[in-house]
Design a protein around this ligand. Structure first.
Ligand SMILES: [Zn+2]
Length: 497
C-alpha cells in the first residue's frame, strides 16, 4: 500500500517537473511566427481585401501590424492594421491568427502604381527582452484605382414600377462585369456583335421596389473598381388594385382533387397548401427556368396579345377570404385573358421554348425565351403544342387555353419577365413603346454605336436623377443635358450607391 502511494507521488512529481519544463521551454521558445498572405491578388483597387494568416504554435500570436508604403509619386507610409493585443475567441493568444485586411487606398493618400505591404508580427515568447520572436513579410503589389469608363449612348429611359427599359452604353476595356443595378438586383449587359465595348441592358423595375430606388449603369474591373452612373429617367407613380376573392366550396373541392391533397387537411389548410406553399415552390422552379436566355434579341417589333377579354390585371393584390374571413393575400404576376374554351394560344413573340410541362399553380405551362432576359409565360393550358427546345415564330400556336392548375374558369394566364422579374406586358404590346424605347437602342447596339454620332441629339447624361420631375413629359423636356455622349458618362454622371 505505502509503496503504491510513494510510486504515485513520484510519478506526480515527475509529471509536474515535466510540465514545468515544458512551460519554461514554451515561455522562452525561439520559433518566430510564420506569416503568410493567402492567395494575394496581383493588384488592389478601391476596395482592397487581402487575407492574412499568422501561425505561432509555440507561444501564440501577440502583435500584428500592416503598413503600406509607396515611393512614387511621393514617399508615403501608412498603417493599415495595428493589433497590439491579439486575442483568440477564448481571450487567449491564438496559435493561428487570420484576418481579412480591408482598406481604401484613396483614404490613405495612396496613388496608382507600385506599393509594398509589410506585415510585422511578434509572439508571446520571453525572448528578446520580453519583446518575443518577431517576423516580417513584405508583399509587392500594384495599386489600380481607376474604375472602367462608362459612357451612355441612349436616352429616353422613363419607366414605371412593373415596367421594362433598355439602355445602351460603352464600357472601357478593363470592365469584366457591367449592367444596370436597381436596388440590390443586377441586370447583365450584352456586348454588341459589331463592337464588344458597346453594351445593351434590358432591365426592369419590380412593382415591389421602394419609391426612392435609383437605377444606375455600372461597370466593374477584375479588382472590384466600379464606375456607376445614373441616367435620364423618370419613375411614374404606381397604382395597383386590391381585389377581394371570396372562395367557394366547389373551388376548394376542385383544389383537393387536382392537387391530390390529404383529406386530413381542413379547407383553409388545403387552400393555403396550394395558394401559398406550392406557389412559393413553383416560383422557385420558374426562377431557375428563367435563367436560360440568349444573349441577343430573338423577337422583332411589338409583342402579340391573344384576342380575348382582360379578366385580371398585372400586380393586383388578391385578398382571399373563406367564410367571411381573409385567409391569404397574393400578388398576381401576370394578366388573365379569357376567350372561348380551348382557344388557340399564339406565341407572343419569336423565341425558344424553355419550359413546357406542369408547373403547379400554373397547370400546363409554356415558357418562351425571347433573348436578352425577356420571356413570356402561358399558364392553365388545356393542351401544349410545343416542347422544350423548340424554336417558335411569333403568332405560332403553342397550345390551347384551359383551366389546369389553380384556375376556376377557362382563361390564359399570360406572364412576362425581364431576367426573372415579373413585368407588365402592356409596354411590350405597345408598338410606340417598341418604336421609341426599344428599337433605337437595339439599332445602336447592333451597329456598335456607329449611329449615335449621326443622331441629332447625343445621349444626355443627367447630373442628377430626374425622378422628382412632375408630369409625364419626355426626359428631353425635363432633364438637364450636361454632356454630349462622347464626353463620357463616368465624369458627368452621379455616382451610384
Ligand atoms: Zn392569372
Amino acid at each position: 500500500m505505502r509503496r503504491t502511494i510513494t510510486a504515485v507521488l513520484t510519478l506526480a512529481l515527475l509529471a509536474g517537473a515535466a510540465v514545468g519544463g515544458v512551460l519554461a521551454y514554451r515561455a522562452y521558445e525561439s520559433a518566430p511566427p510564420v506569416v503568410r498572405w493567402v492567395d494575394p491578388p496581383k493588384a488592389i483597387g478601391r476596395k482592397a481585401q487581402l487575407k492574412l494568416q499568422v501561425e505561432d504554435p509555440g507561444s501564440g500570436v501577440a502583435k500584428v501590424t500592416v503598413v503600406i508604403e509607396q515611393t512614387t509619386p511621393a514617399a508615403i507610409s501608412k498603417t493599415v492594421l495595428d493589433e497590439t493585443a491579439v486575442a483568440g475567441p477564448d481571450g487567449k493568444p491564438p496559435r493561428t491568427y487570420e484576418k481579412i485586411v480591408e482598406f481604401d487606398p484613396r483614404e490613405l493618400s495612396i496613388r496608382d502604381g507600385a506599393a509594398k505591404l509589410t506585415v510585422t508580427t511578434s509572439d508571446h515568447s520571453r525572448r528578446n527582452g520580453g519583446q518575443g520572436n518577431t517576423a516580417t513579410q513584405p508583399l509587392d503589389i500594384e495599386v489600380r484605382l481607376r474604375p472602367p469608363m462608362v459612357e451612355l449612348l441612349s436616352e429616353q429611359h422613363n419607366i414605371e414600377f412593373g415596367g421594362s427599359m433598355m439602355v445602351t452604353y460603352r464600357v472601357g476595356a478593363s470592365a469584366v462585369e457591367d449592367g444596370v443595378r436597381v436596388g440590390d438586383r443586377h441586370f447583365p449587359g450584352y456586348p454588341s456583335p459589331a463592337d464588344t465595348g458597346v453594351r445593351i441592358c434590358l432591365f426592369a423595375l419590380s412593382f415591389r421596389e421602394p419609391d426612392n430606388v435609383i437605377p444606375v449603369v455600372y461597370a466593374r474591373d477584375e479588382i472590384g473598381n466600379e464606375q456607376a452612373v445614373s441616367f435620364n429617367y423618370k419613375i411614374m407613380p404606381r397604382t395597383y388594385p386590391d381585389v377581394p376573392i371570396a372562395l367557394k366550396p366547389e373551388w376548394i373541392a376542385a383544389i383537393r382533387d387536382r392537387f391530390a391533397l390529404p383529406p386530413s387537411l381542413d379547407d383553409v389548410a388545403a387552400f393555403l397548401d396550394v395558394n401559398s406553399k406550392l406557389r412559393v415552390e413553383n416560383h422557385e422552379t420558374l426562377a431557375k427556368v428563367l435563367e436560360t436566355t440568349e444573349p441577343q434579341a430573338l423577337w422583332s417589333g411589338a409583342f402579340g396579345r391573344m384576342n380575348g377579354k382582360p379578366v385580371s390585371r398585372f400586380a393586383e393584390t388578391r385578398h382571399y377570404s373563406w367564410q367571411g374571413k381573409e385567409i391569404d393575400q397574393q400578388v398576381h404576376l401576370g394578366v388573365d385573358i379569357a376567350a372561348l374554351m380551348n382557344f388557340p394560344v399564339p406565341s407572343s413573340g419569336a423565341g425558344v421554348v424553355i419550359h413546357a410541362s406542369d408547373l403547379g399553380i400554373y397547370g400546363n405551362c409554356v415558357v418562351i425565351d425571347h433573348g436578352m432576359g425577356l420571356s413570356t409565360l402561358y399558364g392553365h393550358l388545356s393542351s401544349m403544342a410545343v416542347a422544350e427546345g423548340d424554336k417558335v415564330a411569333q403568332h405560332q400556336v403553342i397550345g390551347h387555353t384551359g383551366m389546369t392548375g389553380l384556375a376556376f374558369g377557362d382563361h390564359l394566364h399570360f406572364g412576362m419577365y425581364v431576367h426573372g422579374i415579373a413585368v407588365d406586358p402592356k409596354d411590350w404590346w405597345d408598338p410606340l413603346f417598341i418604336q421609341k424605347r426599344i428599337e433605337p437602342k437595339l439599332a445602336t447596339w447592333r451597329s456598335g454605336g456607329a449611329n449615335v454620332a449621326a443622331q441629332s441629339a447625343a445621349a444626355a447624361i443627367s447630373s442628377a436623377p430626374d425622378a422628382t420631375a412632375s408630369g409625364a413629359a419626355e426626359p428631353r423636356a425635363t432633364a438637364p443635358k450636361t454632356a454630349k455622349a462622347k464626353s463620357g458618362g463616368g465624369k458627368h454622371g452621379k455616382r451610384g450607391r
